[in-house]
Design a protein around this ligand. Structure first.
Ligand SMILES: Nc1ncnc2c1ncn2[C@@H]1O[C@H](COP(=O)(O)OP(=O)(O)OP(=O)(O)O)[C@@H](O)[C@H]1O
Ligand SMILES: [Mg+2]
Length: 466
């Protein structure tokens, strides 16, 4: 097939993607809409083709229509939220990218690619409403506590120096009001420590509101955080944002490195001024909220990769914590194992007494990419399966028992350091490749080694892509 971009193939592509695609000419007349765009807007092709865009979407204006904006400026607009009423009067929210079609310096028209986030928006607004109910309705007798912060410092298990020092620092942080940033790999206990700080602080009786910044499209996050007022352009309602809901308490911004850069600038301003402005509002409102942020990447890498603004990071990191990986505090494994066994004995109504020595050895050798969460899940999984009093190596998932036993059995006698190191190295490389979906360049960056070196090691260990 020489010319694979025939009209038929383009049609197939356009009608089998999740995004709506529309094309207008330079006067704003709709030339083309793919099937999804028609479904999204609940209209028939005959009702749109050849019509002016504002006659099809009466709730849009010259100013608010991103397509018309692109015709005027000739510049691409990325990921802008647009709210409009469709023909049938339903409120639709989309995230649009609009691109001008330019030929010989003249704007011939524009293409818009849009993602329907109506459902996501409804869900996130529901979330805000639920949080509101939680904090502002009269507490029912059955509610133990109003907030959602369950953990205290007593729930943080660990007696290694790393953890004791961390707790000491966190208890100090709880005494004052400064912003805090917590970073560490997945499953290390970031949320645990953040909740414990809130519960030990003077704000403990006030709301603890958590928002994962990666869970919501960036363009929605602003209205979720700051709230909205009924505006003339948009179709938004009057609603408070999480800052107002958290007033007096703590707002936990998880995965802050996923927050869009421009929004980070706004957040910084709020931190500095202590006031927020609802989206579409002219006035500002005073808020008293303590911010605790978390992320699962090293802050210096995050700044270098422009995932977090330097100025915001330095403002947030009045107090900063790095939560160590489980492999960095292996001496806590025993205590954690006991803690989780007790927990699941209660939950599953069992009477497990412990783990065998072999299991403990395996746990000391394993590399714990999922950290404490992984340990917790493994214990829970094993306890679901067993009837006896001890968790044995057979009760562990294969990838854990094989990881250790593969070399352990033989190496225990010859203590081959190199062999064990190679094993570790191989496992780390496999993990990195998994993390980057097999992308060698990115994996090399993660491992902080040159690409060529990684390529050589992949060959050496016979690692295959699967
Ligand atoms: N020191 C600890 N003692 C007891 N349980 C812990 C400890 N640290 C973590 N856990 C448990 O491990 C699980 C994961 O912890 P948490 O959710 O705080 O991790 P996280 O760092 O926020 O991870 P992610 O980046 O994936 O969100 C939770 O069930 C938590 O209770
Ligand atoms: Mg977390």
């Amino acid at each position: 097939m020489d010319n694979y971009f025939t009209k038929d193939t383009v049609d197939i592509i356009l009608n089998n993607i999740d995004e709506g695609v529309q094309i207008i000419d330079n006067r704003g007349k709709i030339l083309y809409s793919n099937d999804i765009a028609l479904v999204m807007e609940d209209i028939d092709r005959e009702d749109v083709t050849g019509k002016h865009i504002l006659s099809v979407y009466p709730s849009l204006t010259e100013i608010t229509s991103t397509l018309l904006q692109v015709l005027r400026t000739g510049e691409t607009i990325y990921d802008v939220k647009q709210e409009f009423l469709n023909f049938k009067g339903n409120k639709i929210t989309t995230i649009n990218t609009s691109i001008p079609i330019i030929e010989e310096g003249n704007i011939k028209g524009a293409i818009e690619i849009s993602r329907d986030i109506t459902k996501v928006r409804a869900l996130s607004e529901q979330l805000v409403d639920l949080q509101k109910e939680l904090y502002y309705e009269e507490p029912k007798e059955t509610d133990e506590k109003r907030g959602t912060a369950r953990y205290t410092f007593n729930d943080i298990i660990g007696s290694t120096e790393e953890i004791v020092e961390l707790k000491r620092k966190a208890i100090k942080a709880a005494e004052n009001n400064s912003s805090v940033i917590v970073y560490g790999n997945t499953g290390t206990g970031k949320e645990l420590i953040v909740q414990a700080i809130h519960n030990a602080s003077r704000r403990r009786e006030k709301p603890f509101v958590a928002q994962n910044c990666a869970a919501i499209p960036g363009s929605l996050l602003e209205s979720i955080l700051f709230g909205t007022v009924k505006g003339s352009f948009t179709d938004a309602d009057n609603r408070p944002g999480l800052f107002e809901l958290a007033n007096g308490g703590t707002l936990f911004l998880d995965e802050i490195n996923s927050m869009p850069f421009e929004l980070q600038a706004k957040l910084l301003r709020v931190l500095e001024e202590g006031r927020i402005r609802r989206v579409g509002d002219i006035k500002t409102r005073k808020v008293d909220v303590r911010i605790i942020a978390a992320m699962n990447m090293d802050p210096y890498r995050a700044m270098k990769e422009r995932k977090i603004r330097d100025d915001l990071f330095y403002r947030l990191s009045v107090v900063s914590f790095r939560i160590p990986n489980l492999v960095e505090r292996k001496d806590d494994i025993k205590g954690l194992v006991q803690f989780f066994i007790r927990k699941f004995n209660r939950q599953l109504d069992k009477n497990v007494k412990g783990v065998t020595n072999g299991v403990l050895q395996t746990f000391y050798q394993y590399h714990w990419p999922g950290n404490i969460r992984e340990l917790e899940n493994i214990i829970e999984g094993a306890m679901n399966m067993i009837d006896g009093s001890y968790i044995r190596e057979e009760d562990l998932p294969n990838h854990v028992s094989l990881f250790a036993t593969g070399e352990k059995r033989k190496d225990v006698s010859d203590f081959s350091l190199r062999k064990s190191m190679n094993n570790w190295e191989k496992q780390f490389i496999q993990d990195a490749l998994k993390e980057t979906a097999g992308n060698v360049t990115k994996a090399a960056q993660l491992l902080k080694i040159p690409r060529q070196t990684l390529q050589y090691k992949i060959k050496k260990y016979g690692i295959t892509a699967d």
